[in-house]
Design a binder for this molecule. Structure first.
Ligand code: GLP
Length: 244
């Protein structure tokens, strides 16, 4: 789906999320959202905050799982995804804090594997993710599933691609400060979501979007796995759609 600009596109995505939350509320059910960080979803979060503050959208029935977090990472560090989510969304809505889940960047290494297994289990026990939003990295990563990630991969500790660390360098005031690893939901975890919306804005994403949408399915561009997901929409603006 191609929009004239990312603002309109973000409004459409926020409205879909809000409609789902309300529908689940009306049915007395919880709504499990998979959330992403990065610059792409910020306007979606702004609109969700507006819908809460001005139109009374409640998040009391919402349970969230974030895709990823750098490892190691302290929650109050400038680059932490915990901090990002609080600043853009959670601090401004009525979600119960115990319903928020973000991979823990503070764990000692030997506890990471069991943490990841619990993350998977919690999602499963809730009946899976109702709606997952995704950005895309220049390497074609979704979450932090870098090239080489298996279609059935689960939540795990991964090594970041050189290009990803380069792209994050300005946030960390130098590439040497970017963590080498991250915890990410797996491709398999993401693929089990009932509905997926991948968003990409601007010409900088045009090349990777071209490969993702029209290229062969390959583990060297993990986002191409989404071609086989039954309910995925790629929401683009004119810039990111330029090579289609
Ligand atoms: C990071 C995140 C990804 C995100 C990507 C793109 O790598 N871990 O989930 O999709 O950035 O970021 P942006 O939306 O800023 O282009």
């Amino acid at each position: 789906e191609i929009f004239d600009n990312s603002t309109q596109a973000s409004l459409a995505i926020a409205n879909e999320i809000a409609d789902l939350i309300r529908k689940k509320q009306a049915a007395g059910e919880h709504c499990v959202l998979g959330l992403a960080t990065g610059s792409s979803p910020t306007s979606v979060y702004n609109e969700l905050v507006r819908l809460h503050q001005e139109e009374g959208l409640s998040f009391k029935n919402v349970i969230t799982f974030n895709l990823d977090e750098y490892f190691p990472m302290e929650p109050d560090a400038l680059q932490s995804y915990v901090r990002f989510m609080n600043e853009y969304l959670f601090d401004h809505i009525d979600i119960d804090k115990e319903n928020i889940h973000i991979p823990d960047g503070t764990l000692p290494y030997e506890l990471v594997e069991s943490f990841c297994q619990q993350y998977e289990q919690m999602i499963k026990d809730l009946g899976g993710i109702d709606l997952q939003i995704l950005g895309i990295g220049r390497t074609g990563h979704i979450g932090f599933n870098e090239p080489g990630s298996h279609i059935n991969s689960k939540t795990r500790l991964i090594t970041l691609d050189h290009i990803t660390r380069l792209d994050a360098a300005s946030d960390f005031f130098g590439e040497e400060n970017v963590p080498r690893r991250a915890i990410t939901m797996g491709v398999g975890t993401i693929m089990k979501a009932k509905r997926i919306i991948l968003m990409a804005w601007g010409e900088g994403k045009a090349k990777i979007i071209g490969r993702t949408v029209e290229g062969e399915v390959t583990d060297s561009v993990p986002a191409t796995y989404l071609q086989s997901h039954p309910n995925t929409t790629m929401v683009l603006d004119d810039g990111s759609a330029a090579e289609l």
